[in-house]
Write a protein that binds this ligand. Structure first.
Ligand code: SAM
Length: 169
């Protein structure tokens, strides 16, 4: 079965790429109860991303939107972010993909994924919103970075992920 772990992207919950079996997690029971009502066809689990209860190599795709931002603001942020990425790496199937969206800058975020212990290819992108302007004070609030990690063994990708790109949409 193709299984897709969505680490709480729930306010605008998409069904990406035709995945049918979608599991969402959040540490907050309030969040999980609210979102379960909106999207009852998906599975919802109250769970700490740094200590997940899933088996190794369980998921074909993992997506996080801004949970990493919360961890980057924790005390002990490096250790907690590292625990999250270790856990996500553990539950990813060989050849699977992990996508994270963050409001932190690409430079601040991508370094957490570029550790030799992870056998994956890392690609980073800046995604500017339509409210982007060149005033440095506004940049953080109107841009996301997207980091894509393709775990070994690599298979031909439908996206041509070559290095770092910027695009406006
Ligand atoms: C910044 S919000 C992101 C919300 C949503 N994804 C969005 O983009 O609108 C971070 C979410 O992470 C959850 N969270 C914080 N620490 C967590 C952890 N250790 N494990 C799982 N979820 C956690 C919070 O409860 C919160 O719902």
């Amino acid at each position: 079965m193709i299984t897709y772990l969505l680490i709480y992207i729930a306010f605008t919950n998409p069904i990406i790429g035709g995945y049918k079996h979608i599991i969402n997690i959040d540490i907050s029971s309030v969040v999980i109860n609210q979102q379960q009502k909106l999207y009852p066809e998906q599975e919802w689990h109250i769970m700490d991303v740094t200590n997940m209860k899933y088996a190794d190599h369980h998921f074909n795709m993992v997506v996080d939107k801004s949970l990493i931002d919360t961890l980057l603001c924790y005390s002990n942020s490096n250790a907690n972010t590292s625990k999250m990425i270790d856990e996500i790496y553990r539950v990813m199937a060989p050849g699977s993909r992990y996508i994270t969206f963050s409001l932190h800058s690409l430079e601040e975020t991508i370094r957490h994924f570029q550790d030799d212990k992870y056998k994956w290819k890392v690609s980073g992108f800046n995604i500017k919103s339509s409210r982007w302007n060149e005033d440095a004070n506004r940049r953080r609030a109107v841009a996301h970075c997207m980091i894509v990690c393709d775990k070994e063994p690599y298979s031909p990708s439908p996206l041509d992920l070559q290095g770092t790109h910027s695009r406006t949409h």
